[in-house]
Ligand binder design. Structure first.
Ligand SMILES: Cc1ncc(COP(=O)(O)O)c(C=O)c1O
Length: 313
């Protein structure tokens, strides 16, 4: 992610970077600054680099429209930084840590247009969404939008440590030789693992499988929502990037952080590994392996139902 910013700045000769509220971009100093969530990522760790700005991310479930986000960007351009000083806009096509909110296609298309208009580099944060996870090879494809630079990690090598920046060559070539790199760059073993993952995705048809897994989880979790309409405010997925959001008293604007924490804490007793995410920590994320068969998926969902029932009845 840091390399993306360095490349965008070298290419444009500009300083500013715009990211979004709730976005997660990492834990190093520059990526912390990009991250749009204070606790636990930022509050003990400042100061941060300058010239990083945040705008509202559109979340239909919480009444933040695409238009609201575009207005926030227009305000930034009026109040804080001229578009001609902005090197890059960075966006996750589905916010991960932020709560598994899917960026509407029209939003990504509008960002593309804005970047083209002002010579700004559009960076797709596909670290969590890439390599088939969302039912396309990369999530930006859902919106039919091409980014200028993309970050990749996580699914790229089935957990083996490797990450990558991929981008258009006239932008990628801007830094001087040696300006990017590191002790562990280009690890041959990690590259072999990543190549094997590409083969497996193709041979085992894992992109199709991601959509099947997403549909199965959505169906079962929606049934759970019907059973607990005052507690589960939303079930959402893009492919196999799946989440439920928990509320109090049937009110979407009252996040049920407490129940979410109880579920996470007790998950191991049921043989499950679960994580919370979201601005208020009231979203439970499901990231099943794309090689998971239906029997195992259903077994896990049975256990999740039992776990949920044990805490609310
Ligand atoms: C979308 C996104 N960007 C960036 C990162 C940070 O990656 P790393 O922890 O490898 O720095 C993550 C990790 O969770 C992520 O999900």
């Amino acid at each position: 992610m840091e390399n993306c910013i360095k490349i965008a700045r070298a290419h444009t000769g500009r300083r500013g970077v715009i990211a979004f509220n709730g976005g997660f971009h990492g834990r190093t100093n520059l990526t912390m600054a990009l991250t749009g969530k204070i606790t636990p990522y930022k509050n003990l760790f400042g100061p941060f680099p300058a010239d990083i700005y945040h705008a509202a991310f559109p979340i239909e479930q919480h009444n933040i429209s695409v238009n609201d986000s575009l207005t926030a960007l227009a305000n930034l351009f009026k109040v804080d930084i001229a578009p001609s000083d902005v090197a890059a806009i960075i966006v996750e096509p589905v916010q991960g840590e932020g709560g598994f909110y899917v960026a509407p296609a029209e939003f990504l298309q509008a960002l593309r247009k804005l970047c083209d208009e002002h010579g700004i580099v559009l960076i797709a944060g596909e670290i969590q969404t890439g390599f088939g996870r969302t039912g396309k090879m990369f999530s930006f494809e859902h919106a039919n939008v091409e980014a200028d630079l993309m970050t990749m990690a996580k699914g790229i090598a089935g957990g083996f440590p490797i990450s990558a920046v991929v981008g258009k060559s006239h932008i990628m070539d801007a830094p001087l030789p040696g300006g990017l790199g590191g002790t562990y760059g280009g690890s041959p073993v990690a590259c072999a693992a990543a190549l094997a993952v590409l083969d497996i995705i193709e041979v085992e048809n894992l992109i199709v499988r991601a959509n099947e897994i997403g549909a199965l989880f959505n169906e079962r979790l929606s049934a759970l929502q019907s059973k607990y309409p005052d507690l589960i405010s939303d079930v959402r997925n893009q492919g196999a990037m799946i989440a439920i959001e928990l509320m109090n008293n049937g009110d979407v604007e009252q996040p049920n952080t407490e129940l979410t924490q109880q579920i996470i804490a007790k998950a191991a007793e049921y043989g499950l590994t679960l994580l919370a995410c979201g601005f208020y920590g009231n979203v439970i994320q499901f990231l099943p392996s794309l090689t998971m068969n239906d029997t195992i998926a259903n077994e896990g969902l049975d256990k999740f139902e039992q776990l949920f029932a044990s805490l609310v009845t």
